[in-house]
Unconditional design. Structure first.
Length: 438
């Protein structure tokens, strides 16, 4: 059942918040502008580095042995990424000949969700109604429930055990006759389930540890159990967990999953799920500079570094195209983020106007819509100006075109304002009085 909380903010508090918002808005506006400028430079430098790398890269058919003739060159090659190293996770009985071994831990917890509705009141005040709902779900880390708003759910979270996430990488991964450095090993993907082989002794030990934390420890005297004190978050006794008896199995192993709880098919708050995956040897393709028997980044003339690794047998042309595509996608993502920061910053700076009108909410709503439109247009035009000027520096031809579009937007806004003034005159609305001058 939902839990609601209502708070009221006075007109003075709102004005104070809007004044602070001006500073925050200015910071957002400047940050968005800087991001837009930096992003254009980054995109051009990255594109040039990729293009330069593509012009000097050579394809090597056979890398089964170290070839001194290609030392120092940027090469493209495909081979089998292999390892003889064995990675192990001792506490869960996992031993795998693999490039990577990953332990992922999840906790079944109550999660608090909030939904806020704000209502303006005549006189400038504001009423905020916050609705809190709770859902049990798998999460990456234990959730602190002592801060929950609803007393019914406060302090209800706990975990049967705490286990650390873990990532292991094989010390030596070969690529034919060469050894892959760490930055290329990190690009090898393709997780597959590992095999958990916990011994009976390990399972019994885990069961005993969990039972002990729940107060189901028959090696202790009844008197010592009484001294444990009251329940606290993260430490539940058997009485707070119905259905768990003295012989209840609390550790379940299946394939690559270790489940701590009464029933994997019916999770309850406090249950823990550990999943172990591996990356096995496989074919990979790379573009990197040869350095003896290993590889390093290629450094372009503009100082940008470039190297790439992909799964499977991929041609050099496709790998370079993928690099260009990723650069283009990142450029547009950062442009959008920059635009949103600029527009959001402008709205925050002009929010004081809306707040001043909150004494009559319907007027404030009209002003808010108008300010939103104006800030959206101004933010878009400003972003084009910044990008256009940046491109004048980094890409002169396209930069001029963008500046033309931005200036056209400004002219459009001015013409609309002029037309509106003319329409007001035709409709009988008197123009504003002229400013007196000496």
């Amino acid at each position: 059942m939902a839990y609601t909380k209502t708070t009221t903010t006075g007109y003075g508090q709102r004005l104070s918040g809007s004044l602070k918002g001006i500073v925050g808005g200015l910071v957002m506006f400047v940050a968005g502008t800087c991001l837009l400028w930096w992003n254009e430079g980054r995109a051009v430098k990255t594109a040039k580095a990729i293009k330069e790398a593509q012009s000097v890269a050579v394809h090597v058919d056979d890398v089964s042995s170290v070839d001194p003739s290609i030392n120092g060159k940027l090469i493209h090659a495909s081979a089998f990424a292999d390892t003889k190293d064995t990675l192990s996770d001792g506490i869960f009985g996992v031993r795998e000949q693999a490039i990577k071994l990953k332990r992922t831990v999840e906790y079944y917890q109550w999660v608090e969700e909030t939904k806020t509705e704000k209502r303006d009141k005549i006189g400038g005040g504001q009423e905020t109604v916050t609705t809190y709902t709770y859902e049990a779900k798998w999460v990456e880390s234990p959730v602190k429930s002592s801060d929950f708003e609803d007393p019914e759910f406060r302090g209800e979270n706990f975990v049967l055990t705490n286990v650390e996430n873990q990532n292991q990488v094989a010390p030596t991964v070969t690529f034919g006759g060469y050894v892959l450095p760490d930055f290329l090993k990190s690009g090898i993907s393709g997780m597959k389930p590992a095999q958990v082989n916990m011994t009976e002794a390990q399972i019994i030990e885990w069961n005993n540890e969990i039972r002990k934390s729940l107060g189901i420890d028959f090696n202790e005297s009844a008197e010592s159990k009484k001294k444990e004190g009251p329940e606290r978050e993260g430490n539940r006794t058997r009485s707070s967990l119905p259905g768990i008896g003295d012989s209840t199995e609390l550790v379940h192993v299946k394939d690559n999953v270790v489940y701590f709880g009464k029933s994997p098919s019916n999770p309850r708050v406090g249950d823990v799920r550990v999943t172990i995956d591996k990356v096995v040897p496989a074919d990979v393709s790379l573009i990197a500079k040869v350095n003896g028997s290993t590889f390093e980044d290629y450094i372009a003339k503009n100082g940008e570094s470039f190297s790439r690794i992909e799964m499977g047998i991929i041609s050099a042309e496709n790998m370079f195209q993928h690099a260009h595509d990723e650069n283009t996608m990142m450029t547009w993502i950062l442009r959008l983020v920059g635009l949103l920061l600029v527009v959001g910053g402008l709205k925050a700076m002009f929010s004081i106007v809306t707040t001043l009108l909150k004494v009559l909410p319907f007027l404030a709503n009209i002003a808010d819509v108008g300010i939103g439109i104006v800030c959206g247009v101004l933010g878009f035009v400003w972003s084009l100006l910044v990008i256009g000027i940046a491109w004048l520096v980094f890409r002169p031809v396209i930069g001029i075109a963008l500046l033309v579009v931005a200036v056209g937007g400004i002219i459009f806004l001015k013409s609309r304002a002029k037309k509106k003034a003319q329409d007001n005159v035709l409709n009988g609305t008197p123009p504003p009085p002229p400013t007196a001058t000496r």
